[in-house]
Write a protein that binds this ligand. Sequence first.
Ligand code: MG
Ligand code: ZN
Length: 220
Amino acid sequence: MTEKISVEKKVLSENDKLAADIRGQLKQRGLVALNFVSSPGSGKTSLLEKTLSALKHELRVGLIAGDVQTENDANRLKAAGGTIVQPIVTGGACHLDAKMITRVLPEIALDKIDLLLIENVGNLVCPSSYDLGEDMKVVLISTTEGDDKPLKYPGMFRRSSVMVINKIDLLGTSDFDMKRVKENARRINSELKVFEVSCRTGQGLDAWFHWLKSLVAAQH
Ligand code: MG
Ligand code: ZN
């Protein structure tokens, strides 16, 4: 057991070194980088599609789309107007790590973007442990999931700066309680910034776009 823990620690400290190097490269260029995490099906790709379509004329966005087996998400993001989209197929691994980002970063013209959006693998457990050099983690949860997710996966909610609650158009069709999910999340992380959106109807997305633009503007 002790040996297993020390191996894990070593892997994570190597990851942290690479992540620090990535963060340095991004900072040097004044780039904002966000790492999107959630369970499968919460709507990470949908949120990124909407974000790209809405902001492609105002912001230069680069995307890294992580997936276990396919490039489907990367293809969706290209179709949504993404011109700089880099897929990472992890081949079974359930999270992205800094080494994978280091490998694809040279493919992205960092001097041609303002914002780097990274779609992690759909999993609320280990992506919380792997720093990718991002400024913030954005955790998505949808109203079709349990409102106790923040309590079940506290590490993810503690390490995220923003929580996006998606599929609010479906509120009332399940036992999901908006007030309770926010209370649960803020019990884990009182500083979480919260957005309530529906990627399907577009409800609430303007506030999200506005926040992203202000984040980028603050870097310039
Ligand atoms: Mg996806
Ligand atoms: Zn994993």
